[in-house]
Ligand binder design. Structure first.
Ligand SMILES: NC(=O)c1ccc[n+]([C@@H]2O[C@H](COP(=O)([O-])OP(=O)(O)OC[C@H]3O[C@@H](n4cnc5c(N)ncnc54)[C@H](O)[C@@H]3O)[C@@H](O)[C@H]2O)c1
Length: 324
């Protein structure tokens, strides 16, 4: 049985990946600083640690045959709160990983690196990062160029990955669904912008497929490219009384991109199996069963949570690591 270290495995994507890898006859260990949680309750070997704590992380890298690297400050707004700190976690920690680990690496990047572009983009298309988040992820990719690393540029994720992990409502399908259910109306700003979408469990499948392959380099991962205005109408199929308010006023998020995920299909046969409708139903179920009560709780948004907890949480961890 091989040993898999999931760094940043306590988050939204980590929940789905941890479960699938554990069910697949690997030894799993999660390493995470728990930025958004008080504890890690999943019955999995867990190390509470920061990726910038090199001595600690090195012990666990020595154990690992493969590393799945998810740890990051995630999202444009969250990253903008403290760009220096974002850079040290999203970028410098990956540079350190490249210098100190020679096993298999599965790294999560983002389609946000494409910024705003009109044609369908593949892995050879130019990158135009519009935010600190996209820029630090793109720089991290470059550090892994000559490693035994596969890099997934993920579309915007949706759906429920597992029963334990925090759901993120700062993702478009998830928030539109929860708003539709709780408020009965949703607002669409502009609406013409495209996003590539993918179910969080499909990410886990792509990771599992590549823990032991020799595929290297960059792969886009997405199920379909969807116009935000069309997505709003798709959500209404699940809530017939839903009111959709549209406004021409563009939202401050200027990202707009469509991607091709053909390379992943051709090289390792990846095809998503979970639909957007399935994701909408899963989110609906979370509200129905009272797992989500207050959609405005900062707990569900990286930016809102970090904004409230920055001083006590992030900077404290940062100082502890520096002092170590
Ligand atoms: N969710 C999406 O739509 C999406 C899209 C594209 C790419 N991604 C990428 O997937 C990965 C996981 O995203 P997510 O949605 O699960 O985000 P998340 O915020 O839910 O999870 C990130 C995890 O990393 C941990 N972490 C942050 N800083 C750390 C540090 N210094 N040391 C150790 N752990 C740390 C956090 O505690 C958290 O558990 C990220 O790399 C992200 O860039 C996600």
């Amino acid at each position: 049985m091989k040993n898999i270290l999931i760094v940043g495995g306590a988050g939204y994507v980590g929940g789905a990946i941890t479960d699938l890898i554990q069910q697949s006859n690997y030894n799993v260990r999660v390493y995470d600083a728990l930025l958004y949680e008080d504890s890690f309750r999943k019955p999995v070997d867990f190390i509470h640690g920061d990726v910038r704590d090199h001595d600690k992380l090195l012990q666990h890298l020595k154990w690992a045959d493969a590393v799945v690297w998810l740890a990051a400050i995630v999202g444009d707004g969250a990253c903008q709160l403290n760009p220096d700190l974002t850079k040290s976690i999203n970028q410098d920690a990956v540079a350190w990983l490249a210098d100190n680990y020679n096993g298999r690496i599965v790294f999560m990047s983002t389609c946000s690196v494409y910024g705003a572009q009109d044609k369908e983009l593949d892995e050879t298309s130019p990158t135009k990062p519009l935010s600190t988040y996209a820029e630090t992820k793109l720089n991290a990719e470059k550090f892994l160029k000559h490693k035994n690393a596969i890099i997934f540029r993920l579309g915007t994720l949706f759906g429920v990955g597992d029963l334990y992990s925090r759901i993120r409502l700062d993702l478009v399908v998830n928030i539109l669904t929860v708003r539709a259910y709780i408020e009965g109306s949703i607002s669409v700003f502009g609406g013409d912008q495209f996003r590539p979408l993918l179910h969080v469990k499909d990410v886990a499948r792509a990771v599992l497929m590549n823990l032991e392959t020799e595929h290297k380099g960059i792969y886009n991962l997405a199920r379909q490219n969807v116009r935000i205005s069309d997505l709003a109408y798709q959500v209404r199929m699940h809530f017939p009384d839903l009111v959709i308010e549209t406004t021409d006023m563009p939202f401050q998020d200027t990202r707009n991109y469509r991607v091709s995920a053909k390379k992943a299909e051709e090289v390792f046969g990846f095809r998503s199996i979970h639909s957007v409708d399935e994701g909408i139903e899963e989110l609906k179920y979370l509200v129905e069963t009272k797992r989500i009560k207050d959609l405005k709780s900062p707990r569900y948004s990286n930016q809102a949570y970090l904004k409230d907890h920055y001083e006590e949480l992030l900077l404290k961890v940062f100082e502890e690591v520096e002092a170590a």
